[in-house]
Design a protein around this ligand. Structure first.
Ligand SMILES: Cc1cc2nc3c(=O)[nH]c(=O)nc-3n(C[C@H](O)[C@H](O)[C@H](O)COP(=O)(O)OP(=O)(O)OC[C@H]3O[C@@H](n4cnc5c(N)ncnc54)[C@H](O)[C@@H]3O)c2cc1C
Length: 530
């Protein structure tokens, strides 16, 4: 056996897990498909890419030295800076020496006889370890749209999550963007600044809220550093680890003036407040949701000059906050520019990508560049791309056919010694906060196994049934679970992903941690250890 543990993926999860296992004295190897560290921030180099969590709530919290040394220059860090940060982390903790880049894992097979995992890379090489930890990301398997002729286009085609490292120049070019999710919104508002002409192909408009980004100077950064303990404490206490948490009041029990006052305040404030810091009933009560949706629709109508275009940009098939809310910077004003056209592909569907451009049901438009902002095969996509085989050859794909079934979102029955970071049915929210918790929980378990010389762990069917039922029960009554989105497992670009599932844990992060902590404190007696 080559290693005590193999980790797949060198994003925020994989990097921290490597560090923690190394501190336990274990012999660990990370295999990463990309040529560098960073995961999401390595792959998504499209113009305007940035996270919507406040920078100082998104970075790692585990090292005071790291917090003291790093200067975030914007409240919502752009992708190049986040990638620089993750490279800084890799260098600071000397992580690269245990990471093998350009190494895509194709298969991972459990071998009962030797109680180890054997993984095979794309190049055919095989590697073995007692434990396997997946850190492969929940938004890391990009999807292209299922439109005929994609491969025939003679101009430049770019998927936002496979963006050319040398960048793309839009100056004076005829550019198409397909997709108006969080990535599409960020791309469109940036490309519109330099493109000769921009055509946006929209299937489903999304409810957006303003980001209100700003620079952070030395003085403000010093103040943030002093507040770090308070910032991370707050993230530990809130529902989804964001700095924002729901207002305890209900929209329906508030007066129209109170509602308007909160919504105006949230709309003018930074970050996810409008989504995560709103009245407590807007995501569970249809009437409350309608009121907040009407407020945001009014804002769109005020910001977009042409009312027909404004109407097209207002979602009709879901309410505010029931899908991931993109945060924007002058996104709606883009549609006031003379060089920007919005095509609603529900009215005039795309029939084909042609060598010259895109043909919709009414006409063909020529383009120099087509940008596919068509997202990801979310949550389970990266798992589906690896052939995981557990006990008796069972595949993970077969196991999860009717939707994921896990224990805490970390372990899967019949897949001994395999642990997932940010797998399905785990707490997500402000994700690095959840990553740090999961990595530390997995590390605690690994320490226990190491000290007690335990070579095999597996969760029990009753534990999986309990957790899966709990996750499903938590999803009941949430308006977001009645909507088609990546959060309910729907992706029309992928065969078979057309039935809604409960793909994510929607309870509170503190409740999730309390449950996991209790299991650890009891000595992991809910697991089969031998
Ligand atoms: C555009 C964008 C914006 C986002 N904004 C936010 C935000 O505002 N707030 C927030 O909390 N989260 C945000 N996220 C989610 C983001 O993915 C997480 O915050 C975080 O980066 C996840 O880290 P990770 O290490 O778990 O996964 P990833 O960063 O996805 O890393 C997974 C790594 O695994 C590698 N990998 C996958 N499969 C294999 C394989 N078979 N073999 C080898 N390597 C493999 C990949 O190459 C990748 O490097 C955003 C995501 C995107 C795409």
């Amino acid at each position: 056996m080559n290693y005590d543990a193999i980790i797949i993926g060198a994003g925020i999860s994989g990097l921290y897990q490597l560090l923690k296992l190394r501190q336990l004295g274990l012999n660990v190897k990370v295999f990463e498909a990309g040529t560098g560290v960073g995961g999401t921030w390595y792959w998504n180099r499209y113009p305007g890419a940035r996270f919507d969590s406040e920078s100082y709530s998104y970075g790692y919290s585990f090292s005071k030295e790291l917090l003291d040394e790093w200067h975030w220059t914007e409240h919502f860090s752009p992708q190049p800076e986040t990638l620089k940060y993750l490279n800084f982390v890799a260098d600071k903790f000397d992580l690269r020496r245990d990471i093998q880049f350009r190494s895509r894992v194709k298969t991972a097979h459990w071998r009962e006889g030797t109680r180890d995992w054997q993984i095979a890379l794309e190049d055919g090489s095989k590697h073995e370890a007692r434990f396997l930890i997946t850190a492969i990301g929940l938004l890391s398997a990009p999807t292209m749209p299922r439109i005929p002729g994609v491969e025939t286009f003679k101009g430049q085609s770019c998927h936002t999550a496979r963006w050319p490292h040398e960048g793309v120049d839009f100056t004076g070019k005829k550019v198409a963007v397909i997709g108006t999710g969080a990535t599409g919104v960020q791309t469109i508002q940036e490309v519109a600044k330099t493109a000769g002409h921009l055509t946006v192909f929209q299937r489903t408009p999304n409810w957006c809220a303003p980001l209100h980004n700003g620079k952070i100077d030395e003085a403000e950064m010093a103040e943030i550093r002093a507040r770090y303990p308070e910032i991370f404490k707050r993230c530990q206490e809130t529902f989804a680890c964001f700095l924002h948490t729901p207002d305890p009041r209900a929209a329906l029990e508030s007066t129209p003036e109170e509602r308007e006052a909160l919504w105006e305040k949230l709309y003018a404030n930074k970050g996810f407040g409008m989504w995560q810091g709103n009245f407590r009933d807007i995501l569970i009560d249809r009437e409350a949701n309608k009121l907040v949706s009407d407020f945001v629709a009014k804002k769109i109508r005020q910001r977009v000059k042409d009312q027909k275009t404004a109407d097209r940009l207002i979602p009709k098939n879901h309410g505010f906050g029931t899908r991931r809310v993109p945060l924007e910077t002058k996104y709606f004003e883009v549609y006031n520019q003379p060089n920007v056209e919005l095509v609603d592909i529900k009215e005039t569907p795309i029939e084909a990508i042609t060598p010259a451009g895109i043909r919709t049901s009414d006409k063909e438009r020529a383009f120099d560049i087509i940008i596919y902002a068509t997202g990801f095969d979310a949550i389970t996509g990266a798992f589906d791309q690896i052939e995981f085989r557990g006990e008796n050859g069972v595949t993970l794909k077969e196991k999860w056919k009717g939707g994921p079934q896990t224990y805490l979102g970390i372990l899967v029955e019949n897949f001994p010694n395999m642990m997932m970071l940010m797998g399905p049915h785990t707490a997500l929210g402000n994700i690095p906060r959840s990553i740090e918790y999961s990595v530390e929980w997995v590390s605690g378990l690994m320490k226990h196994l190491h000290e007690k010389k335990i070579t095999r762990i597996e969760c029990r069917s009753e534990g999986v049934a309990d957790w899966t039922n709990h996750v499903r029960a938590l999803g009941e009554g949430l308006l977001s679970n009645e909507i088609d989105s990546w959060m309910t497992g729907i992706n029309r670009n992928i065969e078979g992903k057309n039935t809604r599932i409960v793909a994510r844990y929607s309870g509170s992060a503190p409740a999730y941690r309390a449950r996991c902590d209790a299991i650890a404190a009891a000595g992991y007696t809910e697991l089969n250890l031998s």
